[in-house]
Ligand binder design. Structure first.
Ligand SMILES: Nc1ncnc2c1ncn2[C@@H]1O[C@H](COP(=O)(O)OP(=O)(O)O)[C@@H](O)[C@H]1O
Ligand SMILES: [Mg+2]
Length: 293
């Protein structure tokens, strides 16, 4: 039996409007009755291009509880980055609403910069300034906020320790491995104590062993920071390992196909991945992705 709440791909023929609405609210609701960290309602995105319109996202409804970790998975082109960029404030939705902690972040195409200032972003490329040391990169958001030098340096050193970069505070990005550069990018994203952390395939360019270690560390960082996390990945095992819920998107236009709760106990470890429960969740999600082919 599948643990996921699946939305019908062609609901008009198969279910009544009431059933559809009920399925949608069950799927979008966070598992706990806690406060909502992020709310996405009716988000659509259409990119105008010279060859016509690309309908990248359609009818996205999703609530993420405060402190919850949600993974977004789906094939290339299903709209994961588009959704994350909308959640980051970098891209305006064509329609719909995004709220953070009950405050409108995107509403009628207008952005509230103060809301997005509380978000931390991490992308596949670390995008560190090569001429700044690790601490100067990590402390940059604090500098932009006017924090005095000694104070922001102390905070950056603390953050380096949190992400496992102790001893590399004065190194330059070129002196770091790919995994270490991503750690620095995560530390920088955490610098302003973000209420929401948005990550787009942050470990996609790393080798498998480094990626496993980063996943363990990200779990720890999430537990300590208490941030609400939306994490985009191609990897179903990675999505399941990290998440409280896995959201599966399907392409053309990008829609939420299913939301799967992951009730594996925390903290999770390498041993978690060998449990039958983990295997069943991964297999279930793979089957769902394959159904698209
Ligand atoms: N700036 C853009 N202009 C036009 N089309 C775009 C743009 N960005 C993304 N798209 C299209 O939107 C769809 C979703 O893309 P994207 O969000 O990058 O997907 P994913 O991150 O899941 O691979 C794809 O069809 C892609 O070609
Ligand atoms: Mg992408």
């Amino acid at each position: 039996m599948s643990t996921s709440t699946t939305r019908s791909p062609a609901p008009e023929q198969e279910t009544s409007m009431t059933q559809r609405t009920a399925a949608r609210s069950a799927a979008q609701a966070p598992p706990t009755g806690g406060a909502v960290g992020l709310r996405v309602s009716g988000v659509d995105k259409v990119y105008p291009t010279r060859r016509g319109e690309v309908h990248a996202l359609s009818g996205i409804d999703l609530d993420v509880a405060r402190g919850e970790f949600v993974s977004l998975v789906g094939r290339s082109g299903c709209g994961k980055t588009t959704l994350l960029r909308i959640l980051s404030g970098l891209l305006a939705p064509s329609a719909g609403l995004v709220e953070a902690g009950g405050r409108p972040a995107w509403s009628a195409g207008r952005r509230d910069d103060a809301v997005f200032a509380e978000f931390g972003l991490v992308f596949q490329e670390a995008n560190l300034f090569p001429w700044f040391t690790v601490t100067d990169n990590v402390a940059l958001p604090l500098k932009l906020r006017g924090m005095p030098r000694a104070e922001r340096r102390a905070r950056a050193v603390e953050l380096c320790a949190t992400v496992g970069l102790a001893g590399f505070e004065d190194s330059y990005p070129r002196e770091l491995s790919g995994g270490m550069r991503q750690r620095a990018a995560i530390a920088r994203a955490l610098a302003c104590d973000p209420s929401v952390l948005l990550m787009d395939e942050p470990f996609g360019a790393l080798d498998a062993l480094t990626r496993d270690r980063m996943n363990l560390e990200l779990q720890q960082i999430h537990a300590v920071s208490g941030a609400t996390v939306v994490f985009v990945t191609h990897s179903i095992p990675e999505a399941v390992f990290l998440a409280d819920r896995v959201v599966l998107l399907t392409p053309r236009p990008g829609r939420i196909r299913s939301v799967t709760p992951v009730d594996l106990p925390r903290p999770r470890s390498a041993a978690t991945e060998t449990t039958p429960e983990f295997g069943a969740l991964v297999a279930g999600l793979r089957t769902e992705l394959d159904r698209e082919d």
